[in-house]
Write a protein that binds this ligand. Sequence first.
Ligand SMILES: Cc1cc2nc3c(=O)[nH]c(=O)nc-3n(C[C@H](O)[C@H](O)[C@H](O)COP(=O)(O)OP(=O)(O)OC[C@H]3O[C@@H](n4cnc5c(N)ncnc54)[C@H](O)[C@@H]3O)c2cc1C
Length: 392
Amino acid sequence: MSDTQPDAVVVGGGLVGKAAALALAQSGLQVRLCGVRDAAPAPAAGFAQRIYAFNAASRALLQRLRVWDQVPGARLQPVAAMRIAGDGAALRFDAAAQGVEALAWIAESDAVERALDLALRFERGVTPQPQRVTAARRAAGAWTLELDDGGRLGCALLLGADGRASRVRGWAGIGQRSRPYAQTAVVANFACDGDHGATAYQAFVADGVIALLPLPQRQVSLVWSAPDALAAELRRDPAQLTQRVQQALPELGAQHLGGLRAVGEVGGWPLLQQRAHSLVGDGAALLGDAGHVVHPMAGHGLNLGLQDVQALAAVLAARGAQSCADARLLRRYARARAEQVLALELATDGLHRLYAPAWLAPVRALGLSAADHLPSVKRWLAGYASGLGVLS
Ligand SMILES: Cc1cc2nc3c(=O)[nH]c(=O)nc-3n(C[C@H](O)[C@H](O)[C@H](O)COP(=O)(O)OP(=O)(O)OC[C@H]3O[C@@H](n4cnc5c(N)ncnc54)[C@H](O)[C@@H]3O)c2cc1C
């Protein structure tokens, strides 16, 4: 057993785990972060495959953690407009019309993780370590963890930021509900002839959902949520993928992008909807994909995880003399997250179901056109997507 026992152990050194360790240390806890690897260096040319849209609430958290300003401006693309199309109708959001600086900020996962690694080096309240946790038991109000190098670690509070296949969830006795979508997200970057105008495009098409996110240097990042068989075919044949995306540009309302050229590798992510029965257990809490996985069509999975971090850090910062593993504190965290997690799950899953049957096309088109002409509805949607509530 390690001689200095931390208050909390964060299991999982992904983006959510690293942010959680930093935020909790800033709330006054001594934190051990297990399973950490340094982020990959920037690619020699172009952008890494894993690209995220960060909303305003996530950016605000990363600014408070002194991480955001360390992400090089040349690797960040603010989103000035968003166009969502389907069945011949479209809904458009503009940052200027909503009175905000940007609707979202596009960045590579690795670029943000490099900035988190730097911040972690300067945070004395966090001890990062590469060892992974292989087992955990709770007895007499404390956890004992076993590490993959044979070491042991004790703590009062166990935090699972260990992704969709979370083992912390099981160790804490928390069940889950999981439903595969029979879709795979095909991910690739393209250089384009035309200017994307800092616009994000998304279209509901017969073969799933296609999204193009703007990147700096006239590039775009594709996320195509396609039926599994088609996704496998597209991943095997990048030339066919480029051709199919090129053909979809009119449906996306993005003909002006002109010719597309694939840059880098094509990736694939099996899609599912998953939610833990509770975000907390006895002396334990879940954050990020360990607690909830949503369809990527709205680009919100990581944003939800970062807002978990924000909520847990706020609850723990206000704990006074209470133990950080106090059941009432943990329940307060679970309550704080319940509404937003459920709302996004219902919204993404509802859209997935709504766009499945072809016979609903006229109704959907009517709905999109109507929403496009209702500024108050657009304002509400943009406010919710920002993670900051309705924009005032
Ligand atoms: C195609 C696609 C596009 C997406 N786009 C967006 C987007 O634009 N915006 C957005 O907000 N979200 C997006 N998401 C969702 C986002 O990818 C996830 O929500 C996010 O990566 C979850 O982060 P996490 O840190 O919770 O989990 P992970 O990234 O899975 O990290 C978990 C970490 O825990 C470690 N670990 C696991 N077990 C152990 C153990 N026993 N001991 C120690 N370490 C362990 C793993 O090695 C890993 O490092 C997208 C998802 C997909 C599939």
